[in-house]
Design a protein. Structure first.
Length: 511
């Protein structure tokens, strides 16, 4: 987030042991009609139920156990933990389909965990030692001086936006469109250089779409965008030695396997009248019933959008349902291409595609079915994998990312190779030996990748999403996950901190 003119999250959601496969985006809820078919066994009573075993739910469990609250159970809808932290095999490699980057150092507890456990690469490469090449659709490479100049202009405009009134512009996209155009005119650039600057500007818009999971920066609320806290330390140079699943495993190892029940999609969460011996009752799709004093709901905002209206009994407060509807849950998908050997130079960090002038309009105005001809225009290039030097990684977001999920592997692979050959003006770019890609929108226990604050919503909505029910004074239903963090939404460390927050809330209540 807010790294529009630095580096894209495209650089950034296997058949492997269960404990290693526990992932960031919290998993849960199944259709109500699937449940209730078989008689419920005897009810199980615990102190705290956590719905979803992503990083936020696992962190909450870890914190509660560490505080001496032992009667905890985590109900996980799928056959693995981790949610949107998910590592998958690519040949002999493992690649992160979800969370991948330890974003920032200062104030990031995940960076501290990774450093303490020796999970960070010891030979981090600096920006001075590698570079990205920017190519237009007709195979021309843009001069580095023009790329650097356009990116520097974008950074200065971001600083300007931070001091602007949040109601001065209808969206983040409107601000950058207006101000970038004005500044390129003020600089009196030649027509050729101006075209190059505007090309990099369009590339940056795609990069920010990927960071946020949106289809266009015009969807981003200014106040919400500026509330996001970019932690100090380059977020895309904190490379892990292996995968994010190894980092998650450090947290998960403090939660006994007996506390985590897999294949337990939740069908109903019932808040009973205060004074009841069991304040909250949870029913799972297999008919099992669990009673607790507190339930921490650790599911994705995407799942809440789809299921919240019928999942809770009685219905959630109106303010909570409106908040869930106002906030946005975006989709960002990754594409990994493995080659026999690199066809790029050792010091090349990425092969970037400069969008054509009409690309964004085509992506936004086409009907979903018509995206067949333009979905690839949402890919802003391919980065070299930090862990695997013969692997390229691309990303795309929004409607195009959702559409890609409907295509078969061969179609996706062919289009990626075609775009590489087109932009590099090299018909000898080889076919990859393998391709894997994510599909977060179609995942029924994710329904997307991460949250953002759209126009029509506000930063206050993340606070309201995190508010317990019936109240903060009596926290029976608690809500965690990245979407509930006011300044670090969309991040793994935001999800971690939110899980810790809700565990602390219960500990304080029970004192």
């Amino acid at each position: 987030m807010n790294t529009m003119y630095i580096k894209s999250a495209a650089r950034s959601s296997r058949p492997f042991p269960r404990r290693l496969l526990r992932s960031l985006l919290l998993v849960t809820l199944l259709d109500t009609h699937i449940a209730m078919a078989t008689p419920a066994p005897t009810s199980t009573k615990v102190d705290v139920i956590i719905v979803g075993a992503g990083i936020s739910g696992l962190t909450a469990a870890r914190e509660l156990l560490g505080a001496g609250i032992e009667s905890v159970v985590v109900l996980e809808a799928t056959d693995r933990t981790g949610g949107r932290i998910y590592s998958r095999a690519l040949g002999s490699h493992l690649v992160d389909m979800g969370a991948q980057w330890v974003e920032g150092k200062v104030g990031n507890p995940l960076y501290e965990i990774a450093e303490q456990h020796g999970l960070l690469k010891t030979n981090q490469v600096s920006e001075e030692d590698e570079y990205e090449l920017f190519y237009t659709a007709d195979g021309r490479r843009l001069p580095d001086s023009n790329v650097d100049g356009a990116l520097a202009l974008g950074e200065s405009l971001l600083a300007e936006l931070r001091s602007a009134p949040t109601d001065a512009y209808a969206s983040v996209g409107e601000f950058f469109r207006k101000r970038f155009t004005e500044e390129t005119e003020r600089l009196r650039l030649s027509d050729k250089v101006k075209r190059r600057y505007l090309g990099i500007y369009r590339w940056s818009r795609l990069a920010e779409n990927i960071d946020c999971g949106c289809s266009s920066m015009d969807e981003l609320d200014v106040g919400g965008y500026l509330r996001f806290d970019t932690l100090a330390g380059d977020p895309y140079d904190n490379n892990l030695q292996t995968t994010f699943s190894d980092l998650l495993r450090v947290i998960e190892d403090d939660v006994p396997d007996t506390k985590i029940l897999l294949n337990k999609p939740v069908s109903k969460i019932r808040l009973n009248e205060e004074g009841n011996a069991s304040p909250v009752t949870v029913q799972t799709a297999d008919g099992a019933t669990y009673e607790a004093n507190h339930v921490i709901v650790s599911v994705s905002l995407g799942c809440l959008k789809e299921k919240a209206a019928e999942m809770f009994e009685p219905s959630l407060p109106t303010y909570k349902l409106k908040t869930i509807n106002r906030l946005a849950f975006g989709t960002m998908n990754k594409i990994f291409l493995q080659f026999d050997e690199p066809f790029w130079d050792d010091d090349v960090d990425g092969l970037m595609f400069v969008p054509e002038e009409t690309s964004e309009a085509l992506l936004l105005t086409s009907d979903l079915a018509d995206l067949a001809d333009v979905w690839h225009k949402a890919i802003n290039g391919f980065y070299v994998s930090a862990q695997h030097p013969n692997v390229l990684e691309g990303s795309l977001a929004g409607r195009a990312a959702e559409y890609m999920e409907t295509l078969d592997d061969r179609t996706v692979t062919d289009m990626c190779v075609r775009q590489l050959r087109l932009h590099l003006k090299d018909h000898n770019v080889p076919e990859p030996v393998r391709m894997v890609r994510s599909a977060w929108h179609g995942n029924p226990y994710a329904r997307g990748s991460y949250s953002y604050i759209p126009t029509g919503a506000s930063a206050q909505d993340t606070d309201e999403l995190a508010t317990p029910v019936p109240s903060a004074a009596v926290p029976r239903l608690l809500f965690t996950g990245e979407a509930t963090h006011p300044t670090l939404y969309s991040t793994a460390h935001g999800a971690y901190l939110a899980g810790r927050r809700e565990a602390k809330r219960i500990v304080e209540f029970q004192k």
